[in-house]
Design a protein around this ligand. Structure first.
Ligand code: GUN
Ligand code: ZN
Length: 466
């Protein structure tokens, strides 16, 4: 058996100078679906015996082909399930027009549960098969359709956060919640519903609710205040929203909240900026907002494909990392046109290069990341462990540290049946160099054809071989 394991047990991006490649390794996953054992250079018989003694009898020992490797699953920290209906269209608009002309008319259709069921079943399947093992989903404002989304995710075995949009103002009459009270009532019902899916589970459930105030513009102060009250009593409840994506959006936000010194302060003033808040975009933050976000421990979902596609701008990811702000990647469908985190990796790389090119000739910064391109190791980090940190899940996923859940991808970079642009014979290089070469090519020209098997919590749930 020819076995190679790649594992991403990386602690922070600063230490990511090289990959940890273990030739001839086997991986044991215990009955709980957690990683119990990582071994190197040992005989199979011995491994099996040891794992047997450890009680990992239903372990998974994963044999890998020459052109396969194993890596932690991707984490998508921001996407909109209903907007998959619009994927690849609407790129001629900027954010506020795009919402009213393209997005809201589509989202309103999710009042129809048959439509919602058909759409969400194919969306979730597609996201899993792209290698996303944890996903942060926005639904629509509809309670029933968003419950259905959570049910479908649960039945497919994906790890996810699911929220229904809170939006009680500045939206069209046909697509707006009637009051702050109605919005809060529906939110509380969704939380109860999702939590009831796993009521006898002792561990953190796979599918969890997340508060989803769409953005400050669409939420009245009483609604934001009630959401702030709701999270105050529940420290485990994550929050997701949009911030500083587009200049017109920022201008309108400042007009609506003149008492707040910045966009980030709007969320903070309602108690919605904390260590499990996920802020999507953050393209145009001012330095004092970054200070506040770092201080609160909130995370940023970097959505570079969407930021380019809707002409929003280029987020300074290197600066976020140098400031110690948590950063993960988001596909932001359908602002973004791809459901694959691999696409986000590629665009994140280009975005960092744009920042670096624009900074050429200016005074060098003292940090490791600001105004520089992102290394392959940092890109891998953003797609996995960085996302786990943003989701407040770093103890559970994002790498193969013992005790974490086995959320993993078996990736095949062979030219037979997979994506043919990736790899030739598999004989170009050996050992660590080969592994690093395979990883880089996967990140830059891979797609769902290369995702052979997807495991979540130790269970096979997707991939081309599923
Ligand atoms: N801001 C408020 N709603 C949205 C949305 O659906 N997509 C994006 N990209 N930005 C938003
Ligand atoms: Zn979004």
């Amino acid at each position: 058996m020819s076995t190679t394991i790649y594992y991403g047990s990386v602690v922070n991006p600063v230490n990511l100078t090289s990959f940890q490649a273990l030739p001839r390794c086997l991986l044991a996953v215990g009955a709980t679906g957690c990683v119990e054992w990582l071994v190197e250079d040992v005989e199979d018989a011995l491994v099996r015996e040891t794992m047997g003694r450890m009680g990992c009898l239903d372990n998974v020992v994963i044999p890998l082909k020459e052109t396969e490797f194993i890596m932690p699953g991707f984490i998508d920290t921001h996407t909109h399930a209903p907007q998959f209906r619009n994927i690849g269209s609407g790129q001629q608009y900027e954010l506020l027009d795009w919402l009213s002309i393209v997005t809201f008319p589509t989202e309103t259709k999710f009042a129809d549960l048959d439509f919602a069921r058909r759409t969400y079943s194919s969306v979730v399947r597609r996201i899993i098969n792209n290698g996303t093992t944890t996903c942060c989903y926005y639904g629509t404002l509809h309670l029933e359709a968003t419950k259905l989304l959570a049910d479908i995710i649960k039945s497919y075995g994906q790890r996810a956060f699911v929220g229904k949009c809170n939006m009680d103002r500045n939206c069209p009459d046909y697509y707006v919640e009637p009051s702050a009270e109605a919005s809060i009532d529906a939110t509380e019902s969704l939380i109860s519903h999702i939590r009831s899916l796993d009521s006898n589970h002792t561990e953190e459930p796979l599918v969890q609710p997340i508060l989803t105030p769409r953005f400050a513009i669409s939420c009245s102060p009483p609604l934001l205040a009630s959401l702030g009250k709701l999270v105050l009593s529940d420290s485990s409840l994550r929050i997701q929203t949009h911030i500083s994506e587009n200049e017109s959006e920022i201008e309108l936000t400042k007009e609506l909240f003149p008492e707040c010194p910045s966009y980030a302060h709007v969320y903070d003033s309602f108690g919605l900026l904390r260590s499990n808040t996920i802020l999507a975009h953050a393209v145009h933050l001012e330095p004092h907002e970054m200070d506040l976000i770092a201080q609160r421990g909130a995370g940023i979902s970097h959505c570079p494909t969407s930021n380019f596609n809707l002409s929003s701008g280029v987020a300074p990811v290197g600066e976020f990392l140098d400031r110690g702000i948590k950063v993960g990647l988001g596909t932001d469908v359908s602002g973004g046109y791809s459901p694959s985190i691999l696409n986000s990796v590629q665009t994140a790389s280009i975005a960092a290069k744009v920042v670096a090119m624009q900074a050429k000739g200016s005074k060098p910064t003292s940090g490791n990341f600001s105004d520089r391109q992102l290394s392959v190791a940092t890109l891998l980090y953003l797609a996995t462990l960085g996302g786990a940190e943003v989701c407040d899940l770093k103890e559970r996923v994002g790498s193969f540290a013992p005790g974490k859940s086995f959320d993993a991808l078996i990736v095949n970079v062979s030219d037979k049946g997979g994506n043919p642009c990736i790899w030739g014979t598999g004989e170009e290089e050996k050992g660590k160099a080969a592994l690093e070469g395979m990883l880089e090519r996967l990140l830059f020209c891979g797609d769902d054809r290369n995702i052979a098997r997807v495991f979540i919590q130790g269970k096979l749930v997707g991939g081309t071989e599923f």
